[in-house]
Design a protein around this ligand. Structure first.
Ligand code: G6P
Length: 609
């Protein structure tokens, strides 16, 4: 979490930094700051403010007040020290000479701080980052890069750093270890950024930094170094995201825009991969998907919910045992992985630290790593043996939507491909499933065109305090995502339960008027789902059901309200079924006046453990 940006060029730096930060606010938004080298005073000018970036931006009149052509900026998701002006970044050394922006955590900061305090260095914040700024100054003897190198030998943890020194205003230093950082090459200018959306307006030519690398940026170019401080040559990558893909384009919220973009995102993700009745995945080595005796899926948040659906699909289609684990749990559970284990890592950002740690543990144990990722060139993508990109385009809203559906579609396609390769699926089943993939975007468009119905349901239920989602099998996995969407953006307490488990405890919470969202899209278990609806109704619940068109009437006889999705092959039910739940969460949050794109306490890219 936290977003970093840096600029050195010939234009005024502050407006560029603030504009870049506005694209990174999804990474953290409890405070923001910039440090620039002020050409008048020949010293660093540091401006920070608690709260949204807008507070800082207004205070600085969009940056127009700051006369400088070099600087760094930061938007924060607090880890060490509460959100406050003092704890905001940039953190500055005691003489004011060194300014540092940081994404990550310095794990041994306490002992380093104690050491520096013994040397008489005064501290002004509670952050781990201030230690880095003070330590650089402690070692600085006229060569910034050398001082940074000495600091890197002493700090432990995860960090992407942008460093500016008042003595050398013609350079910026960037460092990366376990937190994302890219470098941008413009005309007479260079950039540092946590992700490409921050600099897309200025350049599409980037370097992806590897762990342990450093870089010195000047107006003329970028020199990169390895962890031994030896100069290295890196390949320039071209980014193909469109600028307007990262803009709201007339929509009130990114989340709504991204919900509406889903059919197009699915077309981009699926069309090139289904050709002449066959699934054509990326160029995997011929043996990569052979001799697999076990599959482990690891992910966090919504990506984990994709993995839950994936388990059902993969086991049913391929008969290979599948375990889906949370990234944050995987490495601590002594996982069973060997060279015949396919480890599927799912991540929108490709930077989630827990997921990354799980990947590394799986690699250490000899597993074959296949990742499903949205952000091209991200850490998880680069550390995997093979990558399937979702091609959903930039996703800005903290609550994921189009990344979820494209991940799900891609994982389902992979399940089908594996089943075909193993001969566990008849030709006719295979082709029927493939036809369903091709019909998916159009069917999703039908749901989106009827969004007013869902808005109406939201208006009926938005003031409930607690909402339960129930379902079995695929519908249970779907309920987990529906419930997460609702709680993260509307702040309504919500839980998802496997319907059969209700009677083992949770049903005691059902009383007159409790809202239960009953999911019953999975045809095979429709009768069971109906029984559970009856069960909660007879205890006073109001039931908002989600089912398929073909079951609408039957469900309407019992439920208080019914949302439907077009009939589709089982494989793609959750992919369609999630759309009404996304819309429901969105409209409920809208009616409750919530900050939809930036819910409290959250961040989109979670790069701390
Ligand atoms: C955060 C986001 C979620 C996301 C999760 C995992 O919590 O708000 O939307 O599902 O991280 O992120 P990843 O980028 O690994 O999919």
């Amino acid at each position: 979490m936290c977003g970093i940006v840096g600029y050195i060029g010939r234009e005024q730096a502050a407006p560029i930094l603030l504009e870049g930060l506005s694209r990174l606010e999804y990474r953290g938004y409890d405070s923001a700051g910039v440090a620039v080298f002020d050409s008048q005073t020949e010293a660093l000018a540091v401006h920070k403010a608690k709260g949204r970036l807008q507070v800082l931006s207004e205070r600085l009149h969009g940056g127009a007040d700051l006369d400088s052509t070099v600087g760094v900026g930061h938007t924060r998701w607090a880890t060490h020290g509460a959100p406050s002006d003092a704890n905001s970044h940039p953190q500055v050394s005691h003489s004011g000479k060194i300014a540092v922006v940081h994404n990550g955590i310095i794990e041994n900061y306490a002992e380093l701080k104690a050491f520096l305090m013994e040397q008489g260095v005064p501290f002004t914040s509670e952050t781990d980052t201030e230690v880095v700024a003070q330590l650089i100054e402690y070692f600085y003897q006229g060569d910034l890069l050398q001082a940074v190198g000495r600091v890197l030998r002493r700090i432990q943890g995860a960090y992407a750093l942008g460093i500016l020194c008042a003595d050398c205003p013609d350079q910026l230093v960037a460092v990366r270890k376990d937190s994302p950082l890219i470098l941008g090459l413009g005309e007479d200018c260079t950039f540092i950024a946590s992700d490409v959306t921050a600099i897309l307006r200025h350049t599409r030519r980037v370097y992806y930094m590897e762990d342990g690398e450093l870089a010195v940026l000047t107006r003329e170019g970028i020199q990169c170094f390895n962890h031994l401080m030896q100069p290295i040559e890196k390949e320039v990558a071209a980014v193909d995201w469109e600028i307007d893909a990262a803009e709201k384009g007339g929509y009130e919220h990114f989340m709504f825009k991204e919900i509406m973009e889903q059919p197009e995102a699915l077309r981009r993700c699926l069309s090139p991969r289904i050709r002449d009745g066959e699934i054509v995945l990326e160029d995997f080595p011929p043996d990569f998907l052979r001799d697999i005796s076990r599959i482990c899926i690891v992910a966090c948040g919504s990506s984990y919910h994709v993995g839950m659906v994936g388990k059902y699909h993969l086991e049913r289609l391929t008969r290979i045992p599948v375990e889906t684990s949370l990234g944050s749990e995987f490495r601590y559970m002594d996982p069973i992985v060997d060279q015949h284990t396919l480890v599927i890592v799912i991540s929108q950002s490709g930077e989630t630290l827990d997921t990354m740690a799980a990947l590394r543990e799986a690699r250490r144990l000899g597993g074959r790593i296949l990742s499903i990722v949205n952000v091209v060139g991200s850490s998880i993508a680069r550390e995997s043996d093979q990558v399937l990109y979702t091609w959903a385009g930039p996703e800005i809203a903290v609550a994921t939507t189009k990344a979820y559906t494209t991940q799900l579609a891609l994982l389902s396609l992979l399940a089908l491909k594996l089943a075909r390769a193993r001969g566990t699926l008849s030709d006719s089943e295979y082709h029927a499933s493939l036809d369903a993939f091709q019909a998916l975007p159009d069917k999703m468009e039908q749901i989106l065109s009827r969004r007013d119905d869902i808005q109406y349901f939201a208006s009926q239920y938005f003031n409930h305090n607690s909402i339960f989602f129930i379902g079995r099998n695929l519908d249970y996995a779907l309920g987990l995502e529906g419930s997460l969407k609702l709680k993260e953006i509307s702040y309504i307490h919500s839980e998802a339960y496997a319907s059969g488990e209700l009677k083992h405890g949770t049903i005691s919470l059902i009383e007159d008027g409790t809202l239960v969202v009953a999911l019953s899209t999975y045809e095979k278990l429709f009768a069971k789902a109906m029984s559970n609806v009856v069960e909660v109704k007879s205890r006073g619940a109001s039931v908002l059901a989600l089912t398929t068109e073909r079951r609408r009437e039957e469900m309407a006889r019992i439920a208080d309200a019914v949302m439907t999705i077009p009939d589709i092959h089982d494989l793609l039910l959750p992919c369609l079924g999630v759309v009404p739940l996304q819309l429901f969460a969105y409209y409920v949050a809208l009616m409750r006046g919530c900050d939809i794109d930036k819910p409290r306490n959250l961040a989109k890219s979670v790069t701390v453990e």
